[in-house]
Design a protein around this ligand. Structure first.
Ligand code: Z5A
Length: 206
């Protein structure tokens, strides 16, 4: 059986990417596709345990380097236990965040770690998505949405607005440098309008 398609959603906190990942999964399932909807950090039992270590507690809890190792360990487990088996079975995998988040969050904002991020990715992950939707948003609105959820997983939101603006520019720069697989979607519109554009762009690249 041919490998399935690997799709990722990326963006700053509260951009609406989780909602859009879910809506695309529902759309594809209603058309008969077998879809695995997953997320990072997490998406496998071990990676979900690492998620808790990463997203709770004091913003200064981990150094940038330790954080990078934890995200990479979680991704490796997710890849081994969830992503690769599903793709090998011909399923579509939709992941809410993947390696681009590490490139932007750890590589572009917390120390000059981008070279290390790329080396670790090549050594331990070595897989890119077939298609990536970057949901672009005004950080002020996105931050309000994210904090309003009160999920308790606010360690990154607690870095503040300037951090979110740096992230936004990081994602847009990444979209330009990987334009063969990245599509930027304006997330500052009603849910259904954003979802409709995601579907149109997906169909155009099938
Ligand atoms: N992180 C990292 O640093 N390095 C890595 O390698 C990885 C992650 C993989 C957790 O990620 C953190 O981990 C994250 C980056 C870091 N930083 N933080 N915090 P996460 O993906 O689990 O958490 P998140 O970024 O905060 O995402 P989220 O909670 O899933 O939010 P979202 O996906 O961007 O948005 P949403 O849940 O779809 O929507 C948020 C709210 O807005 C919700 O109430 C929606 O109903 C509402 N919403 C969504 N879209 C709209 C529109 N269009 N209009 C109005 N309201 C909307």
């Amino acid at each position: 059986m041919a490998d399935g398609t690997f799709i990722t959603f990326e963006g700053i906190d509260g951009s609406g990417k989780s909602t859009q990942a879910r809506l695309l999964a529902e759309h594809l399932r209603s058309a008969g596709a077998e879809v695995v909807l997953t997320r990072e950090p997490g998406g496998s039992e071990g990676a979900e345990e690492i998620r808790h270590l990463l997203l709770t507690g004091d913003p200064a809890r981990w150094s940038a380097e330790t954080e990078l190792l934890l995200f990479t360990a979680a991704r490796r487990d997710h890849l081994e236990k969830t992503i690769r088996p599903a793709l090998a079975a011909g399923k579509t995998v939709i992941s809410d965040r993947f390696a681009d988040s590490t490139r932007v969050y750890q590589g572009a904002t917390r120390g000059d770690l981008r070279g290390t991020v790329d080396q670790l990715h090549a050594l331990m992950i070595g897989r890119e998505p077939d298609l990536t939707f970057i949901i672009d948003m005004d950080p002020k609105i996105a931050l309000q949405r994210g904090l309003a959820r009160g999920s308790g997983e606010d360690r990154f939101e607690d870095f503040g607005l300037g951090f979110q603006e740096t992230l936004r520019h990081g994602f847009l720069a990444l979209a330009r440098s990987a334009s063969e697989r990245c599509i930027v979607i304006d997330g500052n519109r009603p849910l259904e309008a954003v979802a409709a554009e995601v579907r149109v762009q997906f169909e155009a690249r099938r």
